[in-house]
Design a protein around this ligand. Structure first.
Ligand SMILES: [Zn+2]
Length: 119
């Protein structure tokens, strides 16, 4: 029947079952990074930090995030990862702040869980 009653409303399609799921900018839906690019050392971990203003952030770490751009000068001030300077990480699509890029002995992106749309 072409017009059978709808018993449910499906959520927006996600990539959860796709072979290469991605996280997207929560503001503009641009693809930011692949789940496969989360750091191999802690692929499922969220790191919780408090900044000097008392704001709490949950970070997921990615080895690469092609949809994000780092900007600003690297700073070691209040860095959450010793030896790693941070720069701001913004969405290449809309400029929303997504987290930070950390640069030091290793380079990775620490992206705020709530700034991303997860599959
Ligand atoms: Zn965006």
């Amino acid at each position: 029947m072409p017009d059978s009653p709808r018993t449910r409303i499906d959520p927006a399609p996600t990539d959860a079952s796709a072979p290469d799921p991605v996280v997207r900018c929560a503001a503009c839906s641009r693809e930011i990074a692949r789940l496969a690019d989360r750091l191999a050392s802690d692929p499922d971990a969220l790191h919780t930090f408090v900044n000097p203003q008392g704001e709490v952030f949950e970070l997921a770490r990615f080895a690469r995030a092609d949809g994000a751009a780092a900007f600003g000068r690297p700073s070691l001030e209040f860095t959450w990862y010793p030896g790693h300077a941070w720069r701001f990480a913004g969405c290449r699509g809309c400029g929303a702040q997504l987290g930070w890029r950390f640069e030091g002995p290793s380079i990775f992106w620490g992206l705020v869980r709530g700034a991303l749309a997860w599959p």
